[in-house]
Design a protein around this ligand. Sequence first.
Ligand SMILES: *Cc1c(COP(=O)(O)O)cnc(C)c1O
Length: 413
Amino acid sequence: MPVTHTLEADVLRRQDPELAEILLGELVRQSTSLQLIAAENFTSPAVLAALGSPLANKYAEGYPGARHHGGCEIVDVAERVAVERAGALFGADHANVQSHSGSSAVLAAYAALLRPGDTVLAMGLPFGGHLTHGSPANFSGRWFDFVGYGVEPESGRIDYAQVRTLARAHRPKAIVCGSISYPRHIDYALFREIADEVGAHLIADAAHPIGLVAGGAAPSPVPYADVVCATTHKVLRGPRGGMILCGAELAERVDRAVFPFTQGGAQMHTIAAKAVAFGEAATPAFTAYAHQVVVNARALGERLAAEGLALTTGGTDTHMLIADPAPFGLDGRTARGRLAAAGMVLDTCALPHGETRGLRLGTAAMTTQGMGEVEMAQVAAVFAAVLRGAKDSRTAREEVRELTGRFPPYPDL
Ligand SMILES: *Cc1c(COP(=O)(O)O)cnc(C)c1O
């Protein structure tokens, strides 16, 4: 089922030209602007093909061999393959591949290990904690008693001494490590040591770095955390979805926390697409990709710093950069708007210190397109020129169009 059938589909174009036009418009947008959002990537045509397959029709509550619906014999094989590939890829005893999203994976991890009202220690939201790490707007903040740790003001690195002090003082039932905006590796062994000292479970929310872990470009939380939650659509480059990894002793609790506790029927087309992505991630080409993502982020960071942007922690170990545009006299929102007008798409994010917002960007998508350090230098130059007001958005937009035109994410579409 070639992907062109999904997007250019004569069927869709004939039946619903309005929607066909929208799908094509989004493909053009993604192909002609720079996708700097740290959480985004371009899945392969093979992953898109699985997503657009008739597996989307199948109801499959339960797990392979124990479904509440008939006719699951084929999709059972798909899920078994996905589970086996994930387990092998990450060296985990058990993988649950049914979580609909990263947030659902975290919800299930809490459901497996905690009771409402339990105390949980996680990175505070102003420092880079995710909504599921205790936001009052999220189930996590409503149902659990979250205590937040932060980063050292000088280095911007996680304040492990504070983590230990807070753990001793609050005796949390679980400690969460993982962030939406921490560009450095996390010391999972140290988190494990602190969790053991106070008798807490350790939950690693590795939504961002799990793709780097798959490619051997970042340390793995699997040997240290009781439960690892992840997404499959960030650096990992699979379909939009979640995943949970754990040891054999928690396998059944985790599975029951996903279904029937927090979810209904599994999305079998997505699970098949996850299997395809795990297969891709196990190849030497993906290992090279993951390392190039980090090389590119470092190169981009060094250039942006040289242009005058202030990077939290002074740089990155990963795919992610957090930049404060204050030296340009701009706040994050204004900077994001200017960059968007020039075709550079990224997010703002909280900065660990001060009230202003910063910029969060990543190199996962650009690296998938085949860009390298030469292109990172070019991106940094346009980026800084736009923020400085030295280049008008039209000229910059043309440069971005020219650059992306040389690196089409889907050359065959
Ligand atoms: C992206 C992310 C999530 C949530 O993923 P969704 O699929 O958007 O629900 C959870 N935790 C962290 C740390 C993340 O970065």
